[in-house]
Design a protein around this ligand. Structure first.
Ligand SMILES: Nc1ncnc2c1ncn2[C@@H]1O[C@H](COP(=O)(O)OP(=O)(O)OP(=O)(O)O)[C@@H](O)[C@H]1O
Length: 299
């Protein structure tokens, strides 16, 4: 299990991550979402042992990560800009990782190089951004990591390659319980692949939940009343957003569905619809709730 306990990390005068708590179960695919500069990359680098925290604990199966090569060998981190040694081909990089990772799988490496159509003898720096990212995935998956840490993983990949890579990741999760931590702004992709989601804002974890629970805990409601919305309609409810659309009141409410239905129906609405929300909508309304709203930017 991956655990962050009260983890803080500061850069000069900037608190990048503040008292973050986070747990990721083995075999889970965890989507780390957040506004720009929220601290996502910092968290991934703390988990990968690239940074050390100022306070708190980052552990994998109760072992500290930083300066612990045995633990670091169990994970592979693909940063937002994959790094290769200058003048190296994918074969050279493969040899480098073969020496580092005990579980390196040569057969899989050769198979993936062919499957992704990467020339094993071409220098990696000559490849496009998307092909370099493909090379990073080939290398990462050939190390057979227990934990795969991905920073904006699908950026620059075409839809066919995305689908292939997602299938490979899901296969590794299903077959050998690989754990995946993904930071992404592509919420559709996260919704597609992740089972757990954390939303980070200004260095703090706003929400950490199973994706299904998050979705079943946030509701879009359309309401209309004979003589306008009565006083106290929202009493006892956590309303993230509300707006009038003609005579219909649209609101986003967090909480238990049955409880919301019971509370609202007391006021006898003439229209009452409860609609599902996408992860993207949930993200936008949760951000609005902490003052990070699209309307502020448009004013
Ligand atoms: N090496 C560094 N030196 C100084 N400040 C840093 C450094 N790395 C990150 N920061 C600051 O820490 C904060 C969090 O940055 P981080 O890159 O973790 O955010 P992020 O959530 O990944 O952002 P984005 O979605 O924009 O990529 C930002 O304010 C950033 O400017």
């Amino acid at each position: 299990m991956i655990k962050f306990e009260n983890v803080s990390k500061r850069f000069e005068d900037k608190e990048a991550v503040e008292e973050v708590n986070l747990s990721i179960n083995k075999g889970s695919i965890y989507g780390l979402l957040g506004s720009n500069g929220a601290g996502k990359t910092t968290l991934l680098k703390l988990l990968s042992g690239i940074y050390t925290q100022d306070s708190g604990h980052v552990t994998i199966d109760e072992k500290m990560v930083y300066e612990n090569p045995d633990v670091k060998r169990r994970l592979f981190f693909i940063p937002d800009y994959p790094y290769f040694f200058s003048q190296y081909t994918i074969r050279h990089m493969g040899s480098f990782y073969r020496n580092m990772y005990d579980n390196w799988n040569e057969e899989r490496f050769n198979h993936l190089v062919k499957a992704f159509d990467i020339d094993p003898n071409r220098k990696l720096h000559k490849y496009s951004k998307g092909l370099q990212r493909q090379a990073a995935f080939i290398l990462a998956l050939s190390t057979m990591p227990e934990i795969l840490v991905l920073d904006e993983p699908m950026d620059g990949l075409d839809p066919v390659v995305r689908k292939n890579i997602k299938s490979l990741i899901i296969e590794d999760v299903a077959e050998r319980e690989m754990t995946v931590l993904i930071s992404s702004h592509n919420l559709r992709e996260v919704e597609d692949i992740c089972d757990f989601v954390g939303i980070l804002h200004k260095g703090k974890m706003l929400i950490e939940k199973e994706l299904d629970d998050l979705k079943s805990d946030t509701h879009k409601i359309q309401l209309a009343f004979k003589d306008g919305a009565p006083e106290g309609i929202f009493e006892g409810l956590k309303v993230l957003h509300q707006e009038n659309r003609g005579s219909v009141l649209l609101c986003i409410v967090r909480g238990n569905e049955d409880d919301i239905v019971k509370k609202v129906k007391r006021f006898d609405p003439v229209i009452f619809d409860m609609l599902p929300l996408t992860l993207e909508e949930i993200f936008i309304y949760e951000m609005e709730d902490v003052g990070y709203a699209i309307k502020n930017i448009l004013v």
